[in-house]
Design a protein around this ligand. Structure first.
Ligand SMILES: Cc1cc2nc3c(=O)[nH]c(=O)nc-3n(C[C@H](O)[C@H](O)[C@H](O)COP(=O)(O)OP(=O)(O)OC[C@H]3O[C@@H](n4cnc5c(N)ncnc54)[C@H](O)[C@@H]3O)c2cc1C
Length: 348
């Protein structure tokens, strides 16, 4: 039986290890979680917005498959603390491929998705001032999850399934499939998957393995007080604003950043961006918290040029499974299933 190591206990590593346990016996899977980084990783900070529609066809397929699996599994919904709030994705206009993607989502999650004009969306009350010609992709059966809660539960399930779950960090991995934990003896595996998110480049830099074009970027959102039912989960491509109702009485709102190549742990909130988020939120959804007082949340995420969480070979038997690029919360179920199958196939 092949022995596989997964390095990194974020949602990517935990989900991949869990999938591997479905395909091969648990005892062959070893997950290194990377404590204490785990507490400040992207999965812990994730906004968890979950929908099926994505303007990119490959991501849309994975997001739709992931959401369909979530919808069909009461267990996963519970583990991930799924909340169905609906989702709105505002686009500047109807692209030639949009209708095809909507059909794709319809085939996976019937009765959930529709396209409406910005005018129709405006008449529903939440959004205002949308540019002429913009359209909204509306999903009823979408909302948000907690990647953090799901990951924590998967770590418990992995131990139950007989997988080895080791807290603590890995100092280095080698081309030959050796994993060197900070505390403990080196171990040899048939395959090693580095799923260390924004820490992946640093880990690979300690070996002679190329980092396959990975980069890091800060993601920042704010949490502000909010009364009411709110806009559900939304992304507004015309302004960059995204958000959702957070926990009791709070609203999460964010804008994309351009803070690239940041070391994880060095992501202090940018007050200028916080101001910009509040300005755009006031214009687009009429949100103005008292005294403009909000809490800014940041974390560093791993990006890949082709976008999306995927298994990428580095050397024979050595892979990365990262590059969530700000969206792995919604694609991880499908991406991990594909990755586990292809990994096991490559070892036969
Ligand atoms: C602020 C923010 C908001 C987001 N919002 C959304 C959203 O609304 N919807 C959505 O779909 N996606 C969202 N994302 C993206 C999504 O959350 C991420 O793509 C996903 O969590 C990445 O998971 P990961 O496991 O790849 O990385 P991480 O969660 O960062 O995990 C990496 C893990 O590697 C471990 N590690 C590091 N170094 C070592 C080492 N040397 N040895 C062993 N382990 C190590 C760490 O402990 C950590 O647990 C958001 C991301 C951020 C940062």
């Amino acid at each position: 039986m092949p022995r596989i190591a997964v390095v990194g206990g974020g949602i990517a590593g935990a989900m991949l290890a869990w999938r591997l346990c479905e395909v091969i016996r648990g005892t062959a899977v070893h997950l290194f979680t990377g404590e204490p980084y785990r507490r400040a990783d992207a999965s812990a900070a994730s906004g968890g917005l979950t929908r099926a529609f994505e303007p990119d066809a490959a991501l849309c397929l994975e997001a739709a498959d992931s959401l369909a699996e979530l919808q069909s599994s009461p267990e996963l919904r519970k583990w991930a603390s799924y909340r169905e709030t609906g989702s709105v994705y505002l686009l500047p206009g109807l692209e030639p491929g949009t209708a095809g993607l909507v059909d794709l989502v319809r085939s996976r999650i019937p009765g959930s998705i529709s396209i409406i004009t910005a005018g129709e969306l405006g008449s529903r009350g939440t959004f205002r001032g949308m540019p002429k010609g913009s359209v909204a992709v509306v999903e009823k059966r979408a909302g948000y999850v907690s990647p953090n809660a799901l990951r924590d539960r998967l770590l418990v399930e992995l131990a139950r399934a007989g997988a080895f779950v080791t807290d603590g960090q890995v100092d280095a991995i080698t081309r030959e499939g050796e994993v060197r934990p900070t505390d403990g003896n080196p171990m040899r595996f048939d395959a090693v998957v580095v799923a260390a998110g924004a820490w992946t480049q640093d880990l690979l830099a300690r070996t002679d393995l190329a980092d396959a074009g990975l980069r890091t970027k800060v993601i920042q959102y704010v949490l502000g007080p909010f009364a009411g039912t709110g806009p559900g989960a939304f992304v507004d491509e015309t302004s960059g604003l995204y958000g959702r109702v957070y926990a009791e009485g709070r609203l999460l709102l964010g804008l994309p950043t351009d803070r690239w190549d940041i070391t994880p742990g060095d992501a202090a909130p940018d007050p200028v961006l916080t101001t910009r988020i509040l300005d755009v939120a006031e214009t687009r959804i009429g949100y103005r918290p008292p005294g403009r007082k909000v809490k800014a949340v940041t974390a560093v995420e791993c990006y890949h040029p082709t976008g999306g969480l995927s298994l990428r070979p580095l050397a024979k038997g050595v892979y990365t499974f990262t590059g969530g690029s700000g969206g792995a919360g919604k694609t991880v179920l499908a991406a991990s299933r594909t990755a586990a199958r292809s990994l096991v196939r490559s070892l036969r």
